[in-house]
Each structure stands twice: as C-alpha cells, then as structure tokens.
Write a protein of this length. Sequence first.
Length: 646
Amino acid sequence: MYPRFVAIALLTLAALIIAPPAIANTPAVETAWRLLDYMAVDYGGAVEDGRVKSKAEYAEMTEFAAGVSTRLRELPANPERSALIQRAAQLQSVIGRKASPKEVATLADSLAADLLKAYPVPLAPEKAPNIAIGTGLFAQNCSSCHGLTGDGHGPDAAKLATPPIAFTDADRARQRSVFALYQIITQGIDGTAMQSFADLPNQERWALALQAGSFAFTDEQARAGERLWKGDASLRQRIPDLKTLVGLTPASLANSIGEKRALAVMAYLRRHPNAAVEQAPASLSLVREKLAASLAAARTGDRRAAKELALSAYLDGFEPVEPTLGARDATLLARIEGAMGEYRAAVDRGAAPDDLANRALILNSLFDDAEAALAPGASSSASTFLGAFTILLREGLEALLIIVAMIAFLRKAERPEVLRYVHGGWAGALAAGLLTWVVATYAIGVSGASRELTEGFGSLFAAVVLLSVGIWMHGKAQADQWQRYIREKMTHALSGRSAWFLFGLAFVVVYREVFETILFYAALWTQGNGGALLAGAGVAVAVLGLVAWAMLRYSRQLPIAKFFAYSSWLMAGLTVVLAGKGVAALQEAGIIDIAPIVGAPRLSMLGLFPTWQSILAQLLMSVAIIAGFSLNRRKGRQTHKLAPAE
C-alpha cells in the first residue's frame, strides 16, 4: 500500500496545521453594561421627588456610577471612548443631584446602548434556547434563594444579608431585558450571594435567563400573547429575531403597542423563543457585529483580537446560514467565503486599517445580497426542488464513485464475501448521518467549527487512503502482475484486517458527504416546500442510481488491466480533490492559516480554492501520485524483462 508515500503526505499536511485561536473576552464592557442596566431599573428605589428614599440604595447607585466610569477608562482606545467617559461622568453628576428616576434611567439606557455599539459583545443566543433546560437549571441552582416560583422566598432567602430578587415583581420585570438577566447570571453581583454561573454553557445561561424573565407573567397573558403574535404581522415585524427579543424590555415595547399587549407578547415569547426564530428571515447581524469589532480591534493595533473576531464572524455568524445560502445562491456563498478568508489573511499580515475597512465595506454589501437571498419570500417550490437535487447529486457523486469502484474491484477479484463490509460501511454511514441529524436538531447542535473540522479531517483522511489505493491499483494494471497477485497474495490482501479497512473507507467517504447533505437539507426543510424537497432528493437518488448501474455494467466489460488503470486514475483525481477540500475546510475553521492567490479561480467541485495552502496540498498529493505511478512503471518494466527467465 506504499506506506512511505502515505506517511510523507500525512506528515507534510500535518505541518500546515497550527493551534486554533481562542475567542476574545470583554468582561469590562459586560460589567459596565450590567451596572448601567441595574441603575436604570433600581434607581427608583433610592431616590424619590429629589430626596433620598434609601441611604443604602443611594450609596449603591453612587458606587455603581463610579464603577462605570472606572471600567470605561480601562477599555481599549477607540474614537467613541472619550464621549462614553464624558457621559458616564454626566451620569455621576445627575445621580449626585438626586435627579428623577426617569432621567437617570434614560441616560443609563442610552449610555448602555452606545457602549455596545462601540464595543460589541454577543447580544443573543446562537439559536432558540430550550426552556425545559432553563426550568431544570433554575430549580437546581436558583430556587433555594429565589423560590421555585421566582418570588424571592426560597428556603435560604432569610439567611442572606441582601434579599434575593423577586422575579415576580412586575415593576422590576417591566424594566429588565433577558439580556440583562443573562449578564447577571454570567457575572454575578458583587457583594451579594448572587454568584457567577459563567461555567455553564452559553445556551444554558440564555435558557436560565429566559426562565427567570418569565416568572412575572401569567399563563393567561402567555395565551393572549400567542393569539396576538400569530394574528398580527406587525408584531412579528417589531420582533424579527432573537437579538431583538432578548434585548427588549416590556416597558419599551409598551411605549409602542400598549401595556396590556406588550406584557402578553413578552409572556408568550419568553416562554416560546423559538416563535421568534421560526418567522424570522436569516439574519447576518452577528457576523456584521463581529466584523465591526474586528475592524475596531485592528484600528487599536490589537491584531490578535482582530483575527479572532474575524474567525468568530465566520464560524458563529455566517456558518449557521451557509447551508441555506448555498442552496439558494452557491455563487454568492463562494464570493462571501472567499472575501471573508481574504479579510482574515489581510488582518494576519498586518494590513492597514483603511484596507481592512474597504474589505469590510465590500463584505457588508455582500451580506446585503445574502440577506435578500435568504428572505422568506425568496424561496419557492422550484428553487427548493433545484437546491435539493443539486446538493444531493453534488455531494453524493464523490462518494458514489469511490464505493462503486470498490464494489467493481471485489467483483473482478471474485471475492463477493467481502462485499458485505463495503455495504456495511456505507449503510453504517447513512445510519450515523441520521443520528447526526437527530443530535444536531434535538440535543446539542452542530457548531460551525465542528462542521468544518468534520469535513476537513474527513476529507484529508479519505484523500490519504485513496492515495494509497490509487497507487496500489495502478501497480496491478498489468495483466500478468494481476494474475501473479491473485495467485500469491489475494488470500492475505483480503483478510479480515483488509476487509475492515474497506469498511472504514466506505464509512468515511459516505459519512462526510451525508454530514454535509444533512446540514443543507435541514436548512431547506425549515423553509417549507417539503414536497419539492423530497421530489428533488428523489430525482437525485434516481440519477445517482443510474450512474452506479452504468459504472458497474461497464466495469464488467473492461479487461482487468484497463479496469485497474482507469480506477487508479479515478482514485488519483479524487485524492487531489479531497486534499483541496480538506485544507479549505480547516482554513475556514481557523486551524490552518490563509494565504490568498489573487486572481486564481475558485472551483469547489474540483477542490480548487485560491489559497497557497490548498494548492500546495494538492501539489503534494500530485507529486506523491506521480512518484508512485512512476515506481510502478519501473517495477513493471523490470518484471517484464525478467519474465523469460522465470
């Protein structure tokens, strides 16, 4: 199997790999925002009609205002920081003269909003949190102080110097967003028994925040909110996505639609956040925020943070919508992927901020096009059918070529008993793909990084295996060599170990394609048009079946030498394609750096991507193939010369 060539290829590709970066944290921004939100909500408990109502509360407000100023001065320099610091000083002055709660709340809220514009942090969960998980977490971690119903009368509440918050307090709940609760859960509250739960996964913290934010609303309000939400399109336009939902307070919504309607809608959506997701068009707001933050970091000279944020923009912001966009406009998808890769490469080489700003401007224009393509009205039965057909045909063809070649080989070798290993491999891959869909949909989800890593390492593994198989088949392309091989080595070559090797190869090449197809189909299914999707998939399966039948029928008629010659070149071609795809996927995951080749074409079907790393990987595979094939020819000539003497 030419282990030397395989080892060289593996080691060379491994040399391209570097450790993935971590995502930057912004605790000072989050703490300052939390303090501002707290003052906006609780200042009314300290001051009333220009007089101090509670000395302890007023002292806390004064301390928090000073804390905001301190944390703003700790932030990295950017054009907005000076104005933010001045407004924080103004807030201290307003509190010092015991201004009205409305004036303080207005100033604190506007300062908090502008702080997040200048220093973006994640503002929403990646997907709708599981409220059942939030209920369990609250009972386990919070009920001892806050009570099972959130009324603040848990069994340990009386022991605390600072009484726990009653989430059933309607006045407080009107002023507090789910995002504010998420920040408190993440960071805790200094000087109180409220500890940080930053060790919980991000989605669980969001679920816990939604649960805490639901206690102030009744079931009757939630039922009324459901009727309003489903019957009033204008409400759905006001809250188009999760980001808007978690950042919205009932009080601010009441200003536009009325108190009763606002409380009902918030009661429903906080219990059913998936309702906001199901009706929302795919949004690229997160990728825009991350890109803006990356550009801001680059302007301050923090190149590492700029690169990390650019990677997060792709993995956390763009990857979730990539399957849907790929089904609707594959050309636009390729342009965005290429432009985001070039932006990261420009950050890595220390490009000037103005250059990065121009690249970000181009990307935002492409994002506008993407959001138009992703809008619900842009989908039709015809586009769904075409997307389902092309995706399955494209992803299935590579795996089909390899599986059919393996089956044809075993038939030529007259070893039908080994066929069950190949069939078991691809059937197992289909079952594993179904399990992946179940897990991704109902359990943990598949992150952008996980997807790219699965595709990348799966492709490289398959490429290395196919390299060895292709060289081996090429070596048997001479009829006399094949007969000698059958006579001397076949029993050992297709032993139990080799049969399981064929099982593993069949599993990997099929699972890689099934994994990708599932992600695309899951995105298409959420858009409706299920009948068109199934029809497109059915036609693609029929075409793939026809291709498989034709290949198997034609392979039976080929002389053994030609069969191995053609098969070896097929394996060689797929080796080069998979090597390019594998490196490209690892580049998108941030494992391998990106060095763009300006003006080079991008042909993803052929594994051709305009970066030096992917081209180098394909060249290395090509060199290994040429070397292996040349060695085979040399051995063949030597064997032919020695044949008369045998």
